[in-house]
Design a binder for this molecule. Structure first.
Ligand code: CU
Length: 339
């Protein structure tokens, strides 16, 4: 073996390894976990990644060395030596991957089993995915529906998913789990949030024109604040004061994620500015109240100029009760008159 050929290779290897290690250590590859499950998934992730890096580095190093060291001279037309395999090598390269894959399988199975084990006093949340919005309803609060996913800290949460139209996928990066939602099938995900904060909820399955705006927030609250919200919201929706009820319906259904409405303090830009409803009704040639009601129940009946069809969810007509819809329409009319 020529000593001279190896020394520069070792030098290159050390420099490349140093750069790779610096990049690996400097970048925040994963978000800080916000659930017990994520705290189990992250070490598993690194376990697999480290194995992959070692295997990749070993294979490329041997390959790089071989390509340089055994390169044929340009004028060498002779055949290579006949080789009939190497039993020792074959055993090694079968045994090592078998052990590694088995180890990954066992560790993954343990993490999965622990993550699926529900705790005591499970909070069930029914999640509905539709083009292009999420809604979360709480059977514990008589089906109170919210456009943001509010969760108490340190309690086992079972999300039960239904998709109304096409396949969507639920993802909160800080929870480190993804779950597809499939029409006709009920899918589930268990989460135990353990860090207070507001995290993005993202649809991670290309589901149509409005896929990129199919986002909302997961808000992890203290158990006391969560209970207060849960009961405060259910009584607000049932409030005899229709403007309080309408404001709650507007907030709970995440209308503000897509619409600007001064009264609600929202600045969404996906749909038209709802402070200008009167002018829009005139343009559509309809009485204001009929126009607003129709726009919510059947958004494609009249599509505001400059906006796309099929972006506003067409399901509020069935998702909202008559009382909620009435309150919402009144609320929008009175807020837009003020604005
Ligand atoms: Cu989607």
């Amino acid at each position: 073996m020529r000593r001279g050929a190896i020394a520069p290779l070792i030098g290159i290897g050390v420099v490349a390894g140093g750069i790779a290690a610096a990049v690996a250590l400097a970048l925040p590859w994963l978000p800080t976990p916000a659930s017990k499950e994520a705290a189990r998934i992250h070490p598993l992730f690194w376990f697999v990644i480290v194995i992959c890096i070692v295997v990749f580095a070993a294979v490329t190093a041997v390959m790089g060395y071989t390509i340089i060291r055994f390169r044929a001279a340009p004028d060498d037309d002779s055949d290579g030596p006949p080789i009939h395999g190497h039993t020792g090598l074959e055993i090694v390269w079968t045994l090592i991957p078998t052990l590694l894959v088995t180890a990954i399988g066992i560790v993954s199975a343990i993490v999965l089993a622990r993550n699926d084990a529900l705790g005591a006093n499970v909070l069930r949340v029914n999640v509905t995915a539709q083009q292009f919005a999420w809604s979360f309803s709480y059977p514990e609060a008589n089906g109170l529906t919210s456009g943001t996913l509010r969760l108490p800290k340190d309690r086992s949460v079972l999300l039960v998913f239904h998709a109304k139209d096409v396949i969507h996928s639920f993802w909160v990066p800080q929870f480190s789990q993804k779950q597809d939602t499939v029409p006709g099938i009920e899918t589930r995900l268990h989460i135990t949030p353990n860090r207070l904060g507001t995290f993005p909820v993202i649809c991670t399955e290309l589901c149509g024109l409005g896929h990129a705006v199919m986002r909302t927030q997961a808000i992890v609250m203290t158990p006391a604040a969560f209970d207060k919200w849960l009961h405060g919201q259910s009584s607000a929706v049932a409030s005899p004061n229709s403007s309080v009820a309408g404001a709650a319906v507007f907030k709970n259904n995440a209308c503000g994620a897509c619409h600007t409405l001064k009264a609600a303090g929202t600045t969404g830009k996906v749909g038209p500015d709802l402070d200008k409803l009167a002018a829009e009704a005139q343009a559509a040639g309809q009485p204001l109240q009929d126009f607003v009601r129709q726009s919510i129940v059947d958004p494609n009946a009249y599509v505001a100029k400059g906006y796309a069809k099929n972006v506003m969810p067409a399901t509020f007509g069935t998702a909202l009760s008559k009382q909620e819809l009435d309150a919402l329409v009144q609320y929008l009319i009175s807020s837009s008159k003020k604005g």
